[in-house]
Design a protein around this ligand. Structure first.
Ligand code: SF4
Length: 97
């Protein structure tokens, strides 16, 4: 009998989704200096889609892959993410999986 991880692979499930990506981000950092001084950087590990990456002393936001789950908005210790849904017609289209 296989382990449950053999049966459910989150990356395989996410691969089934499709996106209609807007040209502007629906995720905005309110104040980048807050991120610079943030020790936790919760967004870089709470996001299931790995949208946030701390690189070269800067927060990179790859909004294109957002799953619209809202975890980053709730998880940010400093309430520093201006979170909205993508404009109508844009964003993720979930597939059964
Ligand atoms: Fe990641 Fe969810 Fe935030 Fe989108 S809403 S950036 S998927 S944590």
């Amino acid at each position: 009998m296989g382990d449950i991880q053999d049966k459910v692979n989150i990356d395989d499930k996410l691969f089934l989704n499709s996106y209609d990506v807007d040209t502007t981000s629906h995720l905005a950092i309110k104040d980048s200096t807050v991120c610079s001084n943030c020790n936790e950087k919760v967004c870089t590990f709470i996001c299931p889609a790995h949208v946030y990456e701390w690189k070269d002393a800067k927060l990179i936001v790859g909004y294109e892959g957002c799953l619209e789950c809202g975890a980053c908005r709730i998880g940010c210790s400093h309430d520093n993410i201006d979170w909205t849904y993508p404009r109508g017609g844009f964003g993720i289209q979930f597939r059964l999986g």
